[in-house]
Ligand binder design. Structure first.
Ligand SMILES: [Zn+2]
Length: 196
């Protein structure tokens, strides 16, 4: 019996198959009743010729730690979660972009679609790394959207009084803005300080 299909994602301790089907290989072990379980978070790989099952662990997170500040581009926003791609960590650009999730504010339970938008650049803090998933927060003053993008026409939104307005199409939107200066944003984007 096989509980997880080939290529499926598992977390530590999750049953994968019975040992009669596949023997435990890398990052797996036999638990009770001859059930093979994973010992690491990763992707299931059945080796049919050798009849063993391996877990390919998710890439190590050695370049990202709890408390790090990241610059990320927003890819998808739903009421309770947003998907982003991390571009830089602690002002250093990443060689390979990493996918992460922005978590909602537990206290205010504010709808995330009123706080960030697709295409925005945001500065966020790493608050969880559970099972290889990078969880981010944008709820401190200095965190949030630094380059809000109009959801209708894709141009940058500008601040006018207390709202954000698109000077091209007139669209008005809401954001949780990060209170940082332009110089600080330049540092993020360039990965180094500007001269002078
Ligand atoms: Zn617009």
């Amino acid at each position: 019996m096989v509980y997880v299909e080939d290529g499926g994602f598992v977390t530590p301790g999750q049953p994968i198959c019975v040992a009669e089907e596949y023997y435990p290989g890398l990052n797996t072990k036999i638990f009770r009743d001859n059930v093979v379980i994973s010992t690491k978070a990763g992707f299931v790989n059945y080796d049919r010729s050798k009849r063993i099952v391996n877990i390919k662990p998710v890439k190590s997170l050695k370049d990202i730690n709890l408390g790090d500040r990241v610059l990320a581009e927003v890819k998808d926003v739903q009421e309770k979660i947003a998907i982003v791609e991390i571009l830089a960590v602690n002002m250093k650009p990443l060689k390979h972009k990493r996918t992460a999730v922005i978590l909602p504010n537990i206290k205010t339970k504010q709808d995330l679609t009123e706080c960030i938008g697709v295409g925005d650049l945001v500065i966020a803090e790493v608050v969880t790394l559970f099972s290889g998933v990078i969880g981010l927060s944008i709820w401190k003053n200095e965190l949030g959207s630094v380059l809000p993008i109009c959801s209708k026409c894709g141009r940058p939104l500008r601040r006018k009084d207390k709202t954000l307005i698109c000077f091209k199409c007139g669209n008005k939107e809401k954001r949780k803005l990060a209170y940082i200066g332009v110089a600080s944003l330049d540092k993020w984007l360039l990965g180094k300080s500007l001269p002078g």
